[in-house]
Unconditional design. Sequence first.
Length: 131
Amino acid sequence: MTSIVTYQGSLRTTCVHTAGEQIITDAPLDNHGMGAYFSPTDLVATALASCFLTIIGIYCEEREIPFTFARVEVEKIMASNPRRISDIHLSIDFRGNDWDEKTLTKIIAAGKACPVAITLKDQVNIEYHFK
């Protein structure tokens, strides 16, 4: 088991990981919610960025490549009929890592092969923009 999700009413859930950490979700403003917390689709888009960076971290650790900074701005775009995530745009800032072009290319390829990206690849258009 990974987590337990409980409906709290008012389109809000509490998600508790088996290790004890908690996330609250809320329906977005454009879909009957209050938008006070991450929506479930926000979490999908955010999970992509988190997975991308985690895999890069593993790649760098295994090769003893210094990895000191990364920031990803996430934009999720919804479509309708049926309502779904149509696009996720990741704006990625790796400044300050001092990687050469060859290393950067390999690091980006590793990140793009993360489990979340692979899961979404045939369902969601993912765009990567690098600063």
